[in-house]
Design a protein around this ligand. Sequence first.
Ligand SMILES: Cc1ncc(COP(=O)(O)O)c(C=O)c1O
Length: 388
Amino acid sequence: MDFSSTVRSREPSATLQLTARAKELQKAGRDIVALSAGQPDFPSPRAAVEAAEKAMRGGMTGYTATPGIPELREIVAAVTSRRRGLEWRASNVVVSCGAKHSLANLLMAAVEKGDGVLLPSPYWVSYPEMVKLAGGRPVLPRSGSLLISAADVREAASSGVKGVILNSPGNPTGLVAGPAHTRELAEAIAETGVWCISDDIYEDLVYLDGPAPHILDYRPGLAERTAVVSGVSKTYSMTGWRIGWAVAPETWTRMAARIQEHTTSNPNSIAQYASLAVLSGAAEEERVAMLASFRARRDLMCDLLAAVPALDFTKPDGAFYVFPRVLSPMGADSSALSMRLLDEFGLAVIPGSAFGAEGYLRLSFAASERDIREGAARLRACFEKGSA
Ligand SMILES: Cc1ncc(COP(=O)(O)O)c(C=O)c1O
């Protein structure tokens, strides 16, 4: 059988592949330290589990409305409106099977064949593949800076790019765009008329005194052509529940819901009730404790990595990743370096090449203190040993 060329030419997710290989080695009895995870390592909040149990026992087990149960859409609209000082309603919300699904729906709804979409670089592994699946053309900024700049947007728009994806705090860098940078970016988006998807999945994992700056804080009018995406995965350690959402102009959410209607129908009914519970405030204690723990682990990892001469990095203000540049010649092929770290030193990290940034590694501090210490020691041992 011949498979679709659109799918055959898509790359598999390098992060998921490497994680799978690390698990295989672990199963075979190897002592593997994993700093590769893209998810919090805490149990999901008790309130989520209890709400799910109640939903199951209460028979909330049938199909729901395609864009999600009304109560959840309402609370997502309220929480997002409060956060941004704007006014969205339930009709502006589509709940999907994780933020990844929300992004895919939004892109399929917005992208015409051949449309250029400006992505951050380094980018989260799925952005370029999703844009291509939607028939579009991923465009990377020329500036070479780790954050999309206003100049990148202007340049891309002048060459016909239709939309831009923003991600701050970002995966894989953990970087948060500052206020001046974000204001200029908002102005460039407003001037050029491109649409915007702001992937805010890490919005609650921020280690600054206040929240991460957002383009809508500076140009609220951009809400007319901006979709914000978030979910419960990272904030509440609920990655497996698969609940995310898009908050966007009704014209956009209607199209996204139409795609969902013909693909997944609705997100899991039980997980929707669990998400409703945590968004209603029933998991605040766990959320705050997780955030404090991530902050402490970030500080620990950064202190340890600062003592590795082969690495150069900016301390991240968000998410749970550090993205060091490898100064040693071994970094020239980050994929080979990651494989060597795994096979020879039992350390799983993600190569920068997976994010379009050769010469870097992504280290996750969604790991125990013991693993962070041991991982840093193994990394150091690898660079001290040098090329094999
Ligand atoms: C930048 C970014 N966006 C979206 C997602 C997807 O989140 P979800 O698990 O809710 O689909 C991830 C998950 O790793 C991510 O890192």
